[in-house]
Design a protein around this ligand. Structure first.
Ligand code: B12
Length: 137
């Protein structure tokens, strides 16, 4: 079975790197291929990297309150490029009322502070397994 490919990205001016680093290590330890975008990415850069890298999963991290503009834009750009079949996750400091709006905007799930990394690994593995079963691969 091919390794799950995950792009982790930090958007805009957000320089909080601890959470995304923790997630990167946890996903690598679980056997996934992790690509980290680095800081100061635009939604356009993230969508383009996700497509070029053929990522199964796009993980967006925000602790600087810019999630409401940046996260939905990444989903929109992926859909416009015909790549709307990727699992798009959000994480960081995200108020509960914003979480609902982000899910309505097309994110699959949002993981906030204190989430166990095992929960995130399990969610990704389960989503990919169900996708592959549907595709018959
Ligand atoms: C450490 C820290 C810093 C450090 C960052 C060091 C570094 N290299 O990362 C420093 C001192 C640099 C810093 C700076 C600032 N900070 Co600061 N910082 C924090 C603090 C105390 C902890 C963040 C942290 O690392 N947590 C530990 C990690 C493990 O948790 P996490 O990031 O939340 O990640 C978990 C989940 O969220 C999730 N997750 C995160 N990302 C992703 C991605 C995916 C794909 C998935 C699935 C899950 C996921 O999984 C992780 C594991 O559970 C928080 C307060 C807090 N309690 O969150 C404030 C906080 C984030 N900072 C804040 C602010 C305001 C700032 C500054 C603007 C302060 C200033 N005036 O200069 C600057 C901004 C700098 C910038 N350009 O971004 C605010 C943000 C407010 C908001 N969002 O509305 C907070 C919430 C403090 C507060 N209560 O006001 N900060």
């Amino acid at each position: 079975m091919a390794r799950i490919r995950v792009l982790l990205a930090k958007l805009g001016l957000d320089a909080h790197t601890i959470g995304v680093t923790v997630i990167a290590h946890a996903l690598r330890d679980a056997g996934m291929e992790v690509i980290y975008s680095g800081l100061r990415q635009t939604p356009e850069m993230v969508a383009s990297t996700a497509i070029q890298e053929d990522a199964d999963v796009v993980g967006l991290s925000s602790l600087s309150a810019a999630h409401m503009s940046h996260f939905p834009r990444v989903v929109e750009l992926l859909q416009e490029a015909g790549a709307g079949d990727k699992l798009v996750l959000g994480g960081g400091v995200i108020p509960a009322e914003d979480e609902k709006a982000l899910l309505e905007a097309g994110l699959h799930k949002v993981f906030t502070m204190g989430t166990a990394t095992s929960e995130i690994v399990a969610y990704i593995e389960d989503w990919v397994a169900r996708r592959d079963a549907q595709r018959g691969t």
